[in-house]
Design a protein around this ligand. Sequence first.
Ligand SMILES: Cc1cc2nc3c(=O)[nH]c(=O)nc-3n(C[C@H](O)[C@H](O)[C@H](O)COP(=O)(O)OP(=O)(O)OC[C@H]3O[C@@H](n4cnc5c(N)ncnc54)[C@H](O)[C@@H]3O)c2cc1C
Length: 226
Amino acid sequence: MNFVTQAEVIEVIEHSKDIREYVLRLEKERKYNPGSFVQLTLDLVTASDIWPDSRTFSIASYEKGLMRFIIKNVGLYTSRIFNELNIGDRCTIKYPFGDLFNKKIENERHLFIAGGVGITPYFSLIKYFELKGLSKNIHLFYSVRFFDDLLHYESLKNTLGKNMEVFVTREKIDNCYNSRISIDDISRVADKETNIYICGSKTFNSDYKELLIKNGYTKIYMDEWE
Ligand SMILES: Cc1cc2nc3c(=O)[nH]c(=O)nc-3n(C[C@H](O)[C@H](O)[C@H](O)COP(=O)(O)OP(=O)(O)OC[C@H]3O[C@@H](n4cnc5c(N)ncnc54)[C@H](O)[C@@H]3O)c2cc1C
């Protein structure tokens, strides 16, 4: 049974013209797996109401009482969120959804592949591994077009150190690859037992899934965003 709670916006961080981070204080909360996602509606409803129009967003945090969502304004509902959801406003979320990550395999090796705003589910996973003292089990490949597109770069670097590699495809930046993530990059850090997660645009997801399968990888996990 999914859980419904109202939440208040306590902070809005403008990462760019079309990407914002909303920090919500939950009225009630329940446990969830890192990597989960929610249904967010601007309407104020309870569990017994008919569920209204809503959209899906990954939980981009793993902390008590709060949830962060990093939202890209791409269409009708996300532009309503940008226009209507301000500090002090309330909305309703239903969660948890998804089975991207299974805690039973936390001691195995994990490679997170992120394209652009597809980094969002990994924020909760990275925090989870950090809290468990298991950060050494994870490796992040984070691909963006421009360096300024990176979200929470410093904090990721502090947590992951050499276990984060950044690919900036449209400009040359020191200490970043100026290329797409290749199969050579993947095989350098992942053997066939590594759990590999893919999150990005529809084509990013399907291209990497196909590449991994073609090269004999079988432990592949992803959330389809469209
Ligand atoms: C599991 C999961 C997790 C997700 N997590 C996140 C997250 O953390 N952050 C995030 O930002 N998003 C996330 N998404 C995606 C998010 O749910 C969608 O971006 C959102 O639902 C879009 O709703 P919308 O009404 O604003 O867009 P819509 O208006 O429904 O448009 C959707 C897409 O269609 C395109 N489109 C719209 N109209 C047209 C048209 N006339 N012609 C051509 N193309 C058009 C838009 O550009 C957009 O890409 C997630 C999705 C899933 C399934």
